[in-house]
Ligand binder design. Structure first.
Ligand SMILES: Nc1ncnc2c1ncn2[C@@H]1O[C@H](COP(=O)(O)OP(=O)(O)OP(=O)(O)O)[C@@H](O)[C@H]1O
Length: 375
């Protein structure tokens, strides 16, 4: 991996420190972003992703920690001196300027030639499908158009780092899907480094090389989309990433005659050949005795000889069936890629292949193993 372009070291943010309204928005965040990478900060509302972005941009003070950009400490510099371009969720376009002049503003300040400015503005306007509103003022265009103008104003700039706060939140799904592809291509072609904030997994998966999952101000995992799905670091990431969410059950672990038994509640038991799990995994499971099992809905198999489950609902979504069934004192969700002929009230058999099982510590939620191998 090449040298980190951006480095966050022990970064924390406390709003209203020392008062009754104190909020710990970001806690001891360590993160390295490599040159040319697109990173998504992903998490639910209030998890601290926007605070993180604003600290990097310089619109929010860092309460503790260090931010380095290309080896230079930037966290005490004014936003203008950081060489960071940001597209704001609230757009913040200059009202007296046309969309064209908004986008060209930073290029004029950087004293680029008139031709170069015109070329770049036209290019980014084409990219974002806003060629027809370049002559209009912010107050006379829609929210979605303002958002694209704000995005254009950031993307057009030369900067060490581009920050995009919910860059497509106002756009309808078709346009969003089109622009995702175009923006990724634009960023990659130019070797730009970008961080985007989103609460939309699809957007993070489509755009980002790596995703930083945050919750309660704490970075839960920072990994590629594939690694987040296949090897979630803890129960939070496991259940947050993936749609429908991962099924989770508590189990008592036992071993006898070369098999591993997982007892789920009073009425369900899973039995596997002990050799399906590496020795290190078996001993970790037996040591704990009680474990949380995670299995993704797409990995649930419906088989006649499976463990019994009672169908509560079966929804056909046009290209897949989502089946919810009462299982081990909870609800199990299974996804079938055909129209599954099962009805509410019916008893079905389910099974899980050992390679599809994720084990988590029942108390801390930390991952123990994935697919039979240690986490
Ligand atoms: N200016 C502020 N003063 C006090 N508390 C704040 C301020 N800005 C954010 N917070 C609080 O800090 C926490 C993190 O907020 P932040 O905006 O960073 O989260 P977020 O994940 O970006 O959420 P959203 O997606 O809703 O924007 C929240 O509890 C929020 O209420």
């Amino acid at each position: 991996m090449s040298e980190a372009t951006l480095s966050l070291e022990g970064v924390s943010k406390v709003y209203n420190p020392g008062s009754a309204q104190a909020v710990q928005a970001v806690i001891d965040l360590d993160m390295q972003v490599t040159a040319g990478e697109i990173v998504a900060l992903l998490g639910s509302s209030g998890c601290g992703k926007t605070s993180t972005l604003r600290m990097i941009a310089g619109f929010e003070e860092v309460s503790d920690g260090t931010i380095l950009l290309k080896g230079r400490e930037i966290h005490r510099l004014s936003p203008a001196r950081r060489n960071v371009a940001m597209a704001f969720e609230g757009y913040s376009l200059y009202p007296p300027l046309t969309v064209r002049d908004n986008i060209a503003f930073a290029l004029k300040s950087a004293r680029l030639s008139r031709d170069e400015i015109a070329r770049r503005v036209a290019e980014v306007a084409h990219l974002l499908k806003i060629e027809d509103i370049l002559g209009r003022y912010p107050s006379s265009i829609s929210g979605g158009q303002q958002q694209r103008a704000s995005l254009g104003r950031a993307l057009v700039r030369d900067a060490h780092l581009h920050l995009l706060d919910e860059p497509m939140g106002q756009l309808e799904p078709q346009l969003r899907a089109l622009l995702r592809g175009r923006i990724k291509h634009y960023i990659k072609e130019r070797g730009m480094t970008a961080i985007l904030v989103t609460h939309d997994q699809t957007e993070a998966n489509a755009l980002a090389d790596r995703i930083a999952v945050m919750e309660g101000g704490v970075l839960q995992q920072f990994a590629t989309p594939a690694a987040l799905k296949d090897r979630p670091a803890n129960l939070f990431t496991g259940t947050f990433i993936g749609e429908p969410p991962m099924n989770v059950f508590l189990a008592e672990v036992g071993a006898e005659n070369g098999s591993l038994r997982l007892r789920l509640g009073d009425d369900a038991e899973l039995t596997y050949a002990a050799t399906a799990f590496e020795e290190a995994v078996r001993s970790r499971l037996l040591e704990r005795g009680r474990i949380a099992i995670g299995v993704r809905p797409h990995a649930v198999r419906l088989v006649e000889q499976g463990v019994p489950a009672h169908v509560a609902a079966n929804q056909w979504l046009g290209d897949q069936s989502h089946i919810a069934a009462e299982f081990a004192g909870g609800l199990l969700v299974a996804v079938e890629h055909h129209r599954a002929p099962v009805r509410p009230g019916e008893c079905i058999g389910v099974s899980f292949a050992p390679e599809d099982l994720h084990f988590f510590d029942a108390e801390s939620g930390a991952a123990v193993s994935h697919g039979g191998r240690p986490a």
